[in-house]
Design a protein around this ligand. Structure first.
Ligand SMILES: [Fe+2]
Ligand SMILES: [Fe+2]
Length: 147
């Protein structure tokens, strides 16, 4: 899967993690085409769940820092996504479920990035534009990333 501008949040660190998510989806798609055995797919689902737990923690920390008014709704989406991934993890041993892993991951993760994540990032970036850190010792460039 290629990175598209519609996936970009404008927050450098988040975009880097979202690129990793795209790479993960690509790996699932390749496994689907190659009819991979469950003992190859299962560890990838497991490591995806761990990576997503980390990624969601990073986003939620940022939301608390802002603070973001839609944190609760966004966090619920994260929890639902983790529950779905855990469900996939449980079912991946079944032949019929294996074919559905790649499309399920794609819908779940890309939908969240282009919807809720971009909405949150827009809000965070607007806030930093209105309330920039003091010159010299600021952290805004790290949040914003290269223009
Ligand atoms: Fe995200
Ligand atoms: Fe998110």
């Amino acid at each position: 899967m290629k990175w598209k501008s519609e996936y970009a949040t404008g927050i450098h660190n988040l975009d880097n993690q979202h690129r990793t998510i795209l790479e993960i989806i690509t790996r699932f798609e390749r496994m689907g085409e190659g009819r991979a055995h469950w003992d190859q797919v299962h560890p990838l689902v497991q490591s995806t769940r761990r990576f997503m737990e980390y990624h969601f923690d990073v986003e939620e920390s940022l939301m608390r820092l802002i603070p973001y008014s839609e944190l609760r709704t966004h966090r619920d989406e994260h929890r639902n996504a983790l529950a779905r991934i855990a469900d996939i993890e449980r079912r991946v041993g079944r032949e019929s479920a294996r074919d559905r892993v790649a499309p399920a991951m794609k819908t779940l993760l890309l939908g969240h990035i282009t919807g809720s994540d971009r909405r949150f990032a827009q809000c965070a970036l607007d806030l930093f534009r209105r309330r920039p850190f003091g010159a010299g010792n600021d952290g805004a460039h790290r949040l914003r990333g290269p223009e």
